[in-house]
Design a protein around this ligand. Sequence first.
Ligand SMILES: Nc1ncnc2c1ncn2[C@@H]1O[C@H](COP(=O)(O)OP(=O)(O)OP(=O)(O)O)[C@@H](O)[C@H]1O
Length: 232
Amino acid sequence: MSLKVNNLSGGYGQLTVLRDISFTVPNGTLTALVGLNGSGKSTTINHIIGLLNPKQGTITLNDCLLTQQPIAYKAQIAYIPEQPVVYEELTLKEHLSLTMATYHLDEKIAWEQADKLLKIFRLEDKLNWFPTHFSKGMRQKVMIVMAFITDAKLFIIDEPFLGLDVIAVNDLLTLIDERKKQGVAFLLTTHVLHTIEKHADQFVYLKDGQVAAQGKMVDFTSLVPELTVGEG
Ligand SMILES: Nc1ncnc2c1ncn2[C@@H]1O[C@H](COP(=O)(O)OP(=O)(O)OP(=O)(O)O)[C@@H](O)[C@H]1O
């Protein structure tokens, strides 16, 4: 069981950005999606979360084909975007309630999980705050808490390390490792590779909208020397 991207070509309207992309994210592993600015990482994610329609190819998650079973497919995904998407008129508590309703979670269990996560990210006394009072990093933490109260099978996390303090980065990595052990799959984009390399199992390297290399994370330096700081 896994996320399977098969021969995906796609982009925006007439513009083709991705060409013939194939990779698999097995359950219980983390795949780092890497590449230079403009290489197609966000476009790939936009296809996987169903925001863009492929021009060719298929995307399957645990045997659910995105185009044929979009609701069952999307119910298995938690997405943490690079730019937090929050509702200015809802409190933190209401954001969490909304997530619980959307994912049809058992509220008692979900609030137990939420309380634990709110403490980890030092948000436990801010349940009645509106997003306008949150810093950029706090908004990002809200997105992380919302994602980790779900029982999603695939987490997609877009560039999580730039706005978070060092404690929050370590806490996020611990949560990722815990969920991986439970069989959850992670697809994560980042330019801060040294932070993720011990936690990633494999990488997919995009270049000009194509997969230029993919493999085990331990082989990254030898397969992609051009992205290794201090090399080349
Ligand atoms: N909404 C859009 N409409 C048209 N073209 C777009 C759009 N978003 C991105 N592109 C183009 O698609 C290509 C890939 O961009 P994408 O955002 O996927 O790259 P990325 O790897 O995520 O980059 P970054 O590391 O800078 O976030 C670029 O050439 C970009 O100009």
